[in-house]
Every structure is written in structure tokens, then in C-alpha cells.
Write a new protein. Structure first.
Length: 268
């Protein structure tokens, strides 16, 4: 296999359980491969407008999780460990032996399993706005959980937007927003993603991550509290962290310049 094989921009990988997973490649085929993993119930458009910041040195690879975008939406097989195996299927389809992996939100949880279960496939790891999951993680407070479970979809969307972005950013960027979920997901897949994220627990696996790791988080993130940062940093052997002042959950978009520079420097 080779890291720089020429491939079409958009294609499909077949997983070991027979699911067709869509993936998208952008940037020069000669660039170092960088896998970008989106948040829960989102497809590859989560990274639109940001991924190009890495194309000076990287070839970016995104994917539609099973249940989102152009990928199949089976009724079973939703877990962060399963999503991680889907990532490996994409790398195999592209002929990539080793890549950098950058996961945000639930994508950060998926990235933990990619690095822990397949250490030979990950050169460097970036975890953004995420947590280790399980009983030792710091969960969002009750008021946030209650607001996200409201019966009015419009109210939930407003709440999620405010959890993602600061009021000032929202005022200057009226949308559409790319981080609020794939609107075309079937209900069973949406439930599957919710269960996958809620049941994530990589605590025991984190010490086996051998890749140098950068952990990024907004210090105003109420969706995934920043108190998870020291937990991840202490648990992963070669990890460093950086809090972005004033940033909420979608730090990578609102604080694009600062966050992108930190990632590019870390990836070398």
C-alpha cells in the first residue's frame, strides 16, 4: 500500500459487515493523509470551509458515518468502536497504511478507538471537544440535557446552535450551519448515533494510544465540558492540551484561525 496513491475525490468503502461507507478526498494526492471525523449524527459537511486550511501539507479524507450522507443506514451496528472500524475500512480502500486522525465531538470518541485499536495506522492524533466517555467522564449539566430533549424541534435547534457558537458569532454568521446534524438521517440511524455516543467508554483503552496526541477544547463548551480535558491528557501517554478562550463546542469553526494553526503546527 502507498500513502499517496491517486484516487477519485468521492468513492465508497465496503466494511467487513457489508455496509457501504461514502468517503471524500480533497487536496493534493501527494499530501500527508489527514482523516477528519465529524460529530454525532453529522456527515462530512461538518468540515466544509475548514478542511481547506490543511491542504498546504495534507490530503484530507472525510467520511459519511453509516446512517448519514450517502452511506448505507443499517438498523444495527452503531457504536463508536464500529465507526472506528469503518474508518479503517476507508483507509484500506484508499491504500493508506498510516494517517493523521483529527476527530471532534463524537468524532473524537471514534478517533480514540482508531488510535487505541489500530496503533500502527495512526501517526498523530488530534482530539477536539470530546471526552473519554464512561462513568469517569464529566457529563453536561442537567439543564443542557433537558433543553436538548425538548419536544419542539425548533427550540432544540436553537439550543444546539447556542451550544455550538457564541452569540456574537451567530449574529455575524446567520447560517446555514453545518454542525447541527444531517437532516436526511432516518430516525433509526439518528437513535443509533445517540446510543453510540452515550455508550462510549474508552477509559481502559486510552493508555494504549501510542500516537502523539493534541487535545483541543473551548473553555466555554457546555455540550462537552472542558473538565474532560485533564482526564484525557492524564490518561493518554503522550498527550498535550490547549484550551481556546471564549470558544464553545464548534471551536474549530468559530476560532478557525487559532485552532487550525495549532493543529497544523502539531502535525508538522
Amino acid at each position: 500500500m502507498t500513502d499517496t496513491a491517486e484516487r477519485s475525490d468521492d468513492a465508497f468503502a465496503r466494511t467487513d459487515d457489508g455496509v457501504s461507507v461514502a468517503y471524500q478526498c480533497r487536496g493534493s494526492a501527494a499530501g500527508r493523509p489527514l482523516v477528519l471525523l465529524a460529530g454525532q449524527a453529522n456527515n462530512h459537511h461538518w468540515w466544509d470551509g475548514v478542511r481547506e486550511d490543511f491542504h498546504g501539507t495534507a490530503r484530507t479524507i472525510t467520511m459519511d458515518y453509516r446512517g448519514t450522507g450517502a452511506s448505507d443506514a443499517p438498523h444495527e451496528g452503531y457504536s463508536t468502536r464500529r465507526f472506528a472500524e469503518d474508518v479503517v475500512s476507508v483507509l484500506d480502500s484508499l491504500g493508506i497504511e498510516r494517517a493523521d486522525v483529527y476527530g471532534t465531538s463524537m468524532g473524537g470518541r471514534v478517533a480514540q478507538w482508531v488510535a487505541a485499536a489500530h496503533p500502527d495506522r495512526v501517526r498523530r492524533l488530534v482530539l477536539g471537544c470530546t471526552s473519554p466517555g464512561g462513568p469517569l467522564a464529566v457529563e453536561r449539566d442537567t439543564s443542557v440535557r433537558r433543553a436538548l430533549a425538548a419536544p419542539d424541534p425548533a427550540a432544540v435547534r436553537r439550543t444546539l446552535t447556542e451550544l455550538m457558537y457564541s452569540p456574537g458569532w451567530i449574529a455575524g454568521h446567520p447560517g446555514p450551519y453545518r454542525t447541527l446534524g444531517d437532516p436526511d438521517m432516518p430516525p433509526h440511524a439518528r437513535r443509533g448515533h445517540l446510543v453510540a455516543s452515550n455508550r462510549h467508554d474508552a477509559w481502559d483503552a486510552l493508555p494504549s494510544i501510542g500516537a502523539p496526541t493534541l487535545i483541543l477544547h473551548g473553555d466555554q463548551d457546555r455540550l462537552t465540558p472542558p473538565a474532560n480535558v485533564p482526564l484525557l491528557t492524564a490518561r493518554i501517554p503522550d498527550a498535550r492540551s490547549h484550551l481556546l478562550p471564549g470558544a464553545r463546542h464548534a471551536y474549530f469553526e468559530e476560532h478557525r484561525e487559532a485552532a487550525g494553526a495549532l493543529v497544523r503546527e502539531f502535525l508538522g
